[in-house]
Design a protein around this ligand. Sequence first.
Ligand SMILES: Cc1ncc(C[n+]2csc(CCOP(=O)(O)OP(=O)(O)O)c2C)c(N)n1
Ligand code: SF4
Ligand SMILES: [Mg+2]
Length: 296
Amino acid sequence: MGKPTIPETEFTFPGSTGCPGCGANLVMRYLLKGLGERTILSIPACCWAVMPGYWPSTCLKVPLLYTAFEATGAAMSGLRAALDVKGIKDVTVVGFAGDGGTVDIGLQAMSGAAERRTDGIYVMYDNEAYMNTGIQRSGSTPWGAWTTTTPVGSTHGFKHEAKKDIMAIMQAHRIPYAATVSVAHPEDFIKKVAKAKEVKGFRFIHAMSPCPPGWRMNPMHVVEVARLAVDTHAFPLYEIESGKVRITRKGKGAPVSEYLRFQGRFSHLTDVEIAAIQKAIDENWQMLLAKEASGT
Ligand SMILES: Cc1ncc(C[n+]2csc(CCOP(=O)(O)OP(=O)(O)O)c2C)c(N)n1
Ligand code: SF4
Ligand SMILES: [Mg+2]
């Protein structure tokens, strides 16, 4: 048997108040395995703001600063400055926020922290909607998805706008390291986090985070759905190091219908609409391959 590459030490305890099968739980678990105990988290309003549990209990073995919904990037800069004043250099500052708190309401604070080159890692766990408040659409919800604010059967219907490309937005900030990670590929996940830990400056991790109630799916399919997202190129795994794109898993390029079929939020889609999603995914994949080939 080969040497295990996933550290055995856990920095999350049982007792999270997340839903059964919550992908965000696994994101936190793998993140902390990659970073270790000398980590401080800043979390804004989101599911993870309540998931640590009820005081005086917590499922986290690292300290945590709660912050306002829009302020994760600013809180990271403040934490880093406070640690520097105290002369503490060995603690990794992490901003850990949902997709709504990142691509929408927290975008300005994150952009400011990236521009100031705040020394820290921003992790966006992407469950593709505002889940904690009842499955409202966000800028990260994909085209075609049902949410409570894009109800199927209404005049507007399912979400008709594309998912924001947050990785491209962060690449445009010329940060030293950005990567996508999946809970279906923990070794790749932890390797990228460990690599990010060694880089100075503002780093960004985009973690796909399946959400059984929000995606209208069975909790037992969470890892399978995350795996299919990679295999179908709906969520490609890659990193951007000093501006250079490198795809870390090419995937099989399976039909996107395989990924969609587990999720009730897409069950209303017609064959024509699924073909439109496939076309957009194929175009995005070709663009990513071209970026890798050109080294940008
Ligand atoms: C300024 C402000 N607006 C709205 C809210 C209500 N609110 C709390 S959590 C949340 C949803 C967060 O969505 P996301 O960042 O995607 O995290 P998730 O809940 O999906 O984990 C909202 C709208 C708030 N706390 N503060
Ligand atoms: S709503 Fe979704 S993201 Fe939030 S705790 Fe439940 S499974 Fe996790
Ligand atoms: Mg969300």
